[in-house]
Design a protein around this ligand. Structure first.
Ligand SMILES: O=P(O)(O)OC[C@H]1O[C@H](O[C@H]2O[C@H](CO)[C@@H](O)[C@H](O)[C@H]2O)[C@H](O)[C@@H](O)[C@@H]1O
Ligand SMILES: O=c1ccn([C@@H]2O[C@H](COP(=O)(O)OP(=O)(O)O)[C@@H](O)[C@H]2O)c(=O)[nH]1
Length: 457
């Protein structure tokens, strides 16, 4: 079996004391790397200021070598905050209005990819299989090819891929499309993303679809496929079963005092539809006076990418909005919305999901949305809650038992909340069983295996 080399912007180091790593993706990649032996390379998350970054820092854990590099302050600003998160992120989430094109940032993105390729090159062996993750690193394969590497290189995009009319508003769309053609396999989350990619390629005359998921463009032939990422379903369900005794979960249960709990969990990101969701909750309460003082909406929202202006502005907007709704709807003994700006550990999250009658997952656009899957996995089979899910999340292509909503339709989402809260036990169980069976079968290990099998085929 060939050695595996994973490259991603963020690298998850194993937790101290051998505790479980932070998320399903880390677990799957670590398992795949451990089995074959391998390297996980990426950005350390740190800046070296104006100094040239030190040589790669390598640490060995079992069969895996973690190789991390710092980036200069300018690199972080131009590559991560600039092009990745102010151009590719909004464009891939269909937000043309938020894309900020700067020549400096575009150049920085390609420069950092070249830098990372040069740092990776000395570690590579001839038959290594290389798996590159996400929008930060699209040009990496082209850089490696230019240096003469002929290895199998796969790419998985964790976020959506937009239709041509959106993508082609980006000045460097050509370089991005060319970058993807240098991979042997390009993986997307859903069939919609894959068809946007293939459709754009053909419509714009960049390449051809050869059938069987094969494409040709820029003189190269490669494959495209969709591989919806999963979670560690069984482990997460186990967290949720055990969480009832957790002190934080117990306190949460006591403090809601028998009210129905609605839960939302998202990074503070405009793609997650948090403001529309709060509007929908307000609309639900207004339209259903019987629920006054009978329902609590808990929104857990860790801060994210705060250096990017659009994210910083959101911190204020959402806090003000939650305060306004509480001011208008609350009473001396009822705070309708609890808004938390901190990250909560997954074992506790699992317990909170299980307490909640409704999982409210309403992004305006999302690659997959693991929270939707975690909410389902955490439910009590005897009394499962209802997932209210945006049709624009990748997860909606899989979780057919959810109540699908259009997050732009505030009244529609409000009605779905009401419907979920009054749904019969029988219907809840039937919907949940189908989703849970799917999640058990298509967990994160399966995602990893499917992608790597196709890459090596
Ligand atoms: O690394 P950050 O800038 O702090 O952002 C966190 C991650 O956000 C994105 O997550 C995506 O991947 C999930 C798993 O496949 C998917 O469920 C979700 O829909 C995506 O938004 C991003 O793609 C990651 O690279 C970031 O690390
Ligand atoms: O306070 C929090 C909020 C979120 N998460 C985790 O962060 C991930 C979010 O993934 P998702 O695909 O939903 O969205 P992303 O943030 O990657 O866009 C999920 O595994 C959540 O359990 C967490 O551990 N603590």
């Amino acid at each position: 079996m060939s050695r595996l080399v994973v490259v991603s912007n963020r690298v998850t180091l194993p937790a101290k004391g051998g505790a479980a790593p932070a998320g399903g993706l880390a677990v799957a990649l670590q398992a795949a790397l451990q089995e074959r032996g391998g390297i996980w390379m990426g950005w350390s998350g740190k800046s070296s200021g104006s100094r040239e970054p030190e040589p790669l820092a390598q640490q060995q854990h079992g069969n895996i070598t973690y190789a991390l590099t710092d980036l200069t302050k300018t690199d972080v600003e131009e590559y991560y905050e600039g092009f990745a998160n102010r151009v590719l992120w909004p464009i891939c989430h269909y937000r043309l209005d938020l894309a900020e094109y700067g020549r400096k940032e575009m150049a920085g993105y390609f420069r950092v990819n070249r830098f990372l390729a040069h740092r990776l090159a000395p570690l590579l062996q001839e038959d290594d299989v290389i798996w590159v993750h996400d929008y930060h690193l699209i040009p990496l394969a082209a850089e490696l090819r230019q240096m003469g590497f002929k290895n199998k290189i796969g790419f998985f995009l964790h976020i959506p891929w937009p239709p041509a009319d959106v993508l082609f508003t980006m000045p460097v769309h050509e370089e991005i499309m060319r970058g993807l053609s240098h991979y042997d396999l390009v993986g997307f989350q859903t069939d919609h993303d894959l068809s946007n990619f293939g459709g754009g390629l053909v419509r714009e005359g960049i390449g051809e679809a050869l059938g069987d998921g094969r494409f040709t463009s820029y003189g190269r032939t490669f494959r495209g496929g969709y591989y919806g990422i999963g979670i560690e379903t069984a482990v997460f369900a186990d967290f949720a079963r055990k969480a009832a005794s957790n002190i934080m979960v117990r306190k949460a249960r006591q403090s809601i005092e028998g009210r129905d709990l609605i839960i939302g969990v998202d990074r503070l990101d405009y793609s997650k539809g948090i403001t529309q969701r709060i509007d929908a909750f307000e609309q639900f309460v207004k339209a259903n006076p019987g629920y006054h003082n009978k329902v609590t909406y808990l929104q857990i929202t860790p801060k994210s990418r705060s250096e990017v202006p659009e994210y910083e502005a959101m911190q204020r907007t959402v806090a003000e909005q939650a305060g306004r709704v509480n001011g208008a709807m609350g009473t001396v003994d009822w705070v309708p919305i609890r808004y938390i700006n901190r990250s909560i550990g997954r074992p506790v999250l699992a317990g909170l999901y299980r307490l909640a009658k409704i999982g409210l997952v309403t992004p305006l656009r999302d690659g997959m949305n693991l929270v939707a899957k975690e909410y389902v996995a955490a439910q009590d089979p005897e009394d499962p809650g209802v997932l209210v899910l945006s049709r624009f999340a990748g997860a909606a292509r899989e979780l057919r038992g959810a109540l699908l909503v259009n997050p732009y339709d505030i009244e529609g989402t409000a009605n779905a909340i009401a419907r979920g809260l009054s749904m019969s036990l029988e219907e809840r169980q039937e919907r949940w069983r189908g989703m849970m069976d799917h999640l058990l079968e298509r967990d994160v290990m399966r995602w990893c295996d499917d992608f790597l099998k196709d890459l090596q085929a």
